[in-house]
Design a protein around this ligand. Structure first.
Ligand SMILES: Nc1nc2c(c(=O)[nH]1)N[C@H]1C(S)=C(S)[C@@H](COP(=O)(O)OP(=O)(O)OC[C@H]3O[C@@H](n4cnc5c(=O)[nH]c(N)nc54)[C@H](O)[C@@H]3O)O[C@H]1N2
Ligand SMILES: Nc1nc2c(c(=O)[nH]1)N[C@H]1C(S)=C(S)[C@@H](COP(=O)(O)OP(=O)(O)OC[C@H]3O[C@@H](n4cnc5c(=O)[nH]c(N)nc54)[C@H](O)[C@@H]3O)O[C@H]1N2
Ligand SMILES: [Mo]
Length: 766
């Protein structure tokens, strides 16, 4: 029998054994609540969705013109590695030679897999830097708006937010947790890079046992663990800022706000109060006003506002709230509301951004640095805010605004992607399809025939982590894991490192890229960063071989000292915030001076942007993270497949909305709006607010007609419906979380979902 070997994933550490063609997975024994997502892993070993050989799009092979307009509708031919490498190397040489690095887009956003060395984004950026650089993307789909607004009002994103309030502090001290967007336990299953212990459930239960209360503000009841009996405020999506303003209004009208804290630790409160009380625009942001917009009763708003000042109150704002129109506002307003309560910096009180959205947020930070692959310097200064990719490809040279700068989109000839799935993550897929028909060449490394692979010219088969050795480690996770290869590469798949090394070889850059080291040598070399820091701190610092044999290493953690918020509260002149004023900016002169009409000098309520085309679509569609997989990864895995109904992604709908449309539980339905349509299968549920439906992201996009400009997705990918616009001119973040749609029973012939393969290939005609 083969032994079980240690390994890790974004959704948990585990060990695995491959025996008689079957992969067996066991969660790490230290994990109190292992994620069910582990159940998706075995399919990696044998799914027909896997890419087994390099492939080239037929139109591309036929030479110039390369029929770029057929991307997404063309067939593929399987070719040898040598032929594929040769084509990629020639294209890179041509584009870099004729147009320079500003014509190459290497943003390559995406989560790829756990593992510090075979991290696809690090590999591709290193490779493209060796060739001369690339146009990059900044910020994330997760947090596009927060990453820009938080530095203006609190301080550096990676230093301040997310890190100030720990689970230990909540368990110890919080009395009232007001969670905007909730803390869905499904989301804490996951953390980028890995998570060895899932502790959120246990920490929240600990707080509850001490007497803490939880209030959930969300259109979905299950955005908080059921056993905690949170009070549910079923809000209309996209209206949290109105509710927060209503709460703030009660605080001021009843003299419950902390004037001393505001005077001492913030700037610009008076400007904001003028707005709140209608001195500026004649409109009081009263609970009555708020209630009309957000659907929460006036009495409930008043009661909640009165409860907050008397208790140790923590306000959390989830990622999801800012992944929407004017997404900067709920984050900023959440901070202002917490400042009005005067509890920022107190143990278990104040403000926390995105607590519960990822499994390691709220844990203590590591006391040592983690192994990281060097990427060299990128001399190209052009960039895009990450979610502006379709705009960039469709409108080269066009002007755009971002965080006080006026920039232009570069003219991209070649797109290179490794470790992300834009046909999962980007909005308005029909628009993205047109955008992907613009560049001259698209190269993708993938392990599976995702829709992104099916829009590439050259598809290079990448291994998954199960097929290679790596080091597993993540921020705020105590365990470093020796991720040992569990299975042989599928077909002719190669590691991204090997693929880039071979192509670098064709271009005379092999040594620059590899520094003449094998992957095994790299692992030992990267491990040194952590080992040296361990030794310097007087901790157990084993040699790489010892770590590898043992299978894991426990890393030291920093003390839970409340972070910069606590220090600032104690002594604001010694520990000022890194904002222009050194204080919390309730009014930001910097932002005011940008002169944007969609993000002004203090948080405000902006009415929702009207739908395009002038038609009214009555239902809000929440397009949130899936509980059954990580994004689109392993949608072909057993656990994810087990949740499909008639092969479609499940859509949750309130029974009243279903009844009004004659929709029964289990029916296949068609969702549509002015941008597109998709099929899904209905589940009737009272956990969804009336007027709202929920369709998770991640079902692989499969068009009913590959040649159509406005195809319907027959599987249930909500990004065929979402709108591709930025949050505002400030951050230009992704706004995919919510969109407006109509739904009806689908009565046509039900097409089979074939996206998980097997793929059929064209024959070469010599
Ligand atoms: N409508 C809507 N859209 C959203 C969101 C939303 O809330 N609503 N959420 C957004 C958010 S927060 C995010 S983070 C994004 C996520 O978007 P992505 O990160 O793009 O999604 P993943 O499915 O994780 O894509 C990772 C891809 O990398 C591949 N991969 C894995 N390991 C490797 C490897 O080692 N090498 C190579 N070459 N490939 C590998 C996987 O097969 C997979 O196809 O989606 C965003 N999109
Ligand atoms: N299982 C699993 N976990 C994941 C991921 C995954 O793919 N699968 N992805 C990970 C990633 S990359 C990220 S960035 C995080 C994302 O973390 P989040 O963005 O917080 O996660 P979501 O599930 O998209 O949204 C959380 C909830 O917010 C609620 N919500 C939506 N709109 C509104 C609104 O306008 N107001 C209020 N009050 N609530 C609203 C929805 O009901 C939704 O369930 O999740 C991570 N965790
Ligand atoms: Mo994300």
């Amino acid at each position: 029998m083969n032994p079980f070997k240690p390994h890790s994933s974004h959704w948990g550490a585990f060990s695995g054994r491959y025996e008689n063609g079957r992969l067996e997975i066991r969660p790490h024994p230290c994990d109190p609540h292992p994620s069910p997502l582990l159940g998706n892993l075995p399919a990696i070993a044998d799914s027909p969705a896997r890419i087994r050989r390099p492939a080239i799009r037929r139109g591309r092979l036929e030479g110039r013109p390369c029929h770029a307009e057929k991307r997404g509708a063309d067939d593929y031919l399987e070719v040898s590695w040598l032929e594929a490498e040769d084509l990629v190397a020639k294209e890179l040489r041509r584009v870099y030679g004729d147009f320079g690095p500003r014509a190459v887009f290497g943003g390559s956003y995406g989560w790829s897999s756990a593992g510090r060395f075979h991290h696809a984004q690090s590999q591709i950026h290193r490779f493209l830097n060796v060739l001369g650089g690339y146009v990059r993307s900044v910020n994330t789909y997760s947090s596009g708006a927060a990453m820009v607004i938080i530095p203006h009002v609190l301080g550096p994103y990676d230093q301040f937010d997310r890190k100030s309030v720990t689970w230990d502090a909540i368990e110890r001290s919080s009395e009232l947790v007001l969670a905007f967007g909730g803390m869905a336990i499904k989301n804490a299953d996951v953390h980028g890079g890995g998570i060895s212990q899932h502790i959120v459930r246990q920490k929240l239960s600990g707080a509850q046992a001490r007497g803490a209360r939880f209030m959930l503000v969300s259109p979905l009841k299950d955005d908080f663990p059921a056993e905690l009996n949170a009070d549910w405020l079923p809000i209309v999506p996209g209206t949290d800022v109105a509710l927060m303003l209503g709460l703030a209004h009660v605080l001021v009208s009843e003299g419950l706000h902390d004037r001393q804290f505001l005077d001492h630790y913030t700037v610009g409160y008076d400007r904001f109060e003028d707005y709140l009380l209608g001195r500026a625009d004649g409109l009081q942001k009263s609970p009555e006003w708020a209630s009309e917009i957000c659907g929460v009763k006036v009495e409930v708003i008043k009661k909640l506002a009165r409860a907050m000042p008397g208790a140790r109150t923590l306000i959390t704002v989830s990622h999801s709230l800012q992944r929407a129109d004017y997404g900067e506002q709920p984050v900023w307003m959440g901070i202002v509301l917490a400042a009005m309560l005067g509890q920022i910096g107190l143990d278990g009180g104040g403000f926390s951004y995105s607590l519960g959205a990822l499994g390691n947020i709220g844990k203590r930070q590591l006391a040592v640095p983690l192994p990281t692959l060097g990427q060299f310097q990128n001399p190209v200064t052009d960039f895009i805010p990450v979610a502006r990719i379709a705009d960039m490809l469709l409108s080269p040279g066009e002007e755009f605004h971002y965080n006080g700068q006026t920039l232009r989109y570069p003219d991209i000839r070649l797109v290179y992607w490794a470790g992300g799935n834009p046909f999962h993550h980007h909005q308005d897929i029909n628009r993205l399809r047109s955008a992907f028909r613009r560049p001259e060449t698209i190269i993708v490394h993938e392990s599976a025939w995702t829709s992104t692979a099916r829009h590439a010219d050259v598809v290079l088969p990448a291994t998954t982590t199960l097929e290679r050795d790596d080091i597993g480690a993540a921020d705020r996770d105590e365990l470093m894991i020796a991720m040992k290869k569990l299975i042989e590469p599928i077909g002719e798949a190669r590691d991204d490192y090997q693929i880039f090394a071979a192509i670098a070889g064709h271009l005379g850059k092999y040594e620059d890229f590899t520094e003449n080291s094998t992957s095994t040598q790299w692992l030992a070399f990267l491990f040194e960063t952590t080992r040296k820091a361990l030794a310097a701190g007087g901790h157990d610092a084993p040699a790489f071989e010892e770590f590898w044999d043992k299978g894991e290493l426990r890393l030291p953690l920093q003390l839970d000292d409340g972070g910069p918020a606590r220090a600032f509260r104690r002594d604001p002149s010694a520990y000022p915030l890194q904002t222009p004023s050194g204080k919390i900016e309730i009014f930001s002169q910097t932002i005011e001076d940008f002169g944007y009409d969609d993000c002004r000098g203090h948080p405000q309520w902006y009415s929702p942007r009207p739908e395009t085309g002038g038609r009214f679509y009555p239902l809000h569609l929440v397009c949130n993270q899936p509980h059954q997989r990580l994004h689109s990864q392993l949608d072909y895995g057993q656990f994810s497949l087990s949740t499909k109904i008639k092969g479609r992604e499940p859509l949750r709908i309130n029974p009243a909305d279903a009844a009004a449309r004659g929709i029964l539980d289990g029916d296949v339905v068609r969702l549509f709006n002015g941008r597109g349509s998709c099929l899904a299968a209905a589940i009737l549920s009272d956990d969804v607010r009336q007027g709202v439906m929920q369709l998770a992201t991640g079902a692989w996009f499969e068009p009913d007609d590959v040649t159509a400009d406005h195809a319907m997705c027959i599987h249930g990918n909500p990004n065929i419906l979402t709108r591709d616009v930025g949050t505002s001119k400030l951050a230009q973040g992704c706004t995919g979380q919510v969109t407006k749609v109509e739904v009806e029973r689908f009565s046509g012939d039900l097409p089979a979902v074939k996206i998980f393969g097997p793929m059929t290939f064209a024959e070469r005609v010599e």
